[in-house]
Design a protein around this ligand. Sequence first.
Ligand SMILES: [Zn+2]
Length: 252
Amino acid sequence: MRKFNFPTLLKVMALIIVIGAVIYSFKNQRPDQKKIIIPAQSVHYFKDPSLSLDKISLKIIYFIPKDRSASINQSWKELIEPAVKDLQSFHKIQFDNRSVINYEIFPDPVIGLLEAIDYDTQDTNRGNPYALSAITDELQNRFFDPAGDFYKGNFAKTESEDFSVIYIIYQGVGASGIQGSALLSLSYFINAEFSGYKESLFYHEFAHTLGMPDRFDEESHIYTSFDILGNGKIRPLANAYIDFETKKEMGF
Ligand SMILES: [Zn+2]
C-alpha cells in the first residue's frame, strides 16, 4: 500500500484553490473589464448623440444690410474661400475623417430686407448675437422655404441625414455661433491685425454651430484651454487643435 504523502496532498489542494479563485474572479468580472471591441461610434453634436455629424452640409452666404449695399466688397469670395478650405481640412483632421464637411458658397452677395440697425439693435456686444439670430431667420425664409426669393433647389438642398449649418459672412460687426448657424464679420478677412488667426476665428464660430462651448470664462475672459475653443482662437490655425475634453462629448 502506498504511503500517504502529505506534501503532495497540500500541493493538490493549493492548486484546486488557485483554479477555483481564477474561475470565481472571471465569472464576477464586471462587463467593462472584459475585453470588448467597441465599434467606432458616429461623431455627434456636443452632448447629443441623436444628432449625427458624420456629414455636415455647410452653406456660406455673404450678407449685406440694405443700407450698406454701396459697401459690398467685390473680392469677398476670394477673401473667404481659402479660410473655408482650411476649416474643412482642420475639421477632417481633428475628427480623424469621421466627420466630413461639404460646403457651398452662395455665388452672389445677398442684400438684406432690413437696415443694419434692425439686425444689430443698439447692442452688438458679445459678438452681435442679435444680428446672427435675425439674419438666420431671414435666410431660412428666403433660401430654404420654397416660397423664398432665393430658393434655388440646388443651394437649399441638403441630404436629410446631413447636419446643416448656415455661415453668414456679415457686412457689419460680429463673431457668434449657435446651433446650426454662425456669423463672422467680413472685416476679419480684411484687417491686417487678424491676418495671423482669422482662420482660427472662422473655425471657432463654426465649432459653436456643432455645440462646442467656449473654453474661457465669460466674466473674467481668462482662458481655460489653449485649444481653438479657448486661447487657440487667437493663434494660427496651423497650431490649433480641439481639446479631448470637448471631443469626448461628441462620440470621439
Ligand atoms: Zn466662442
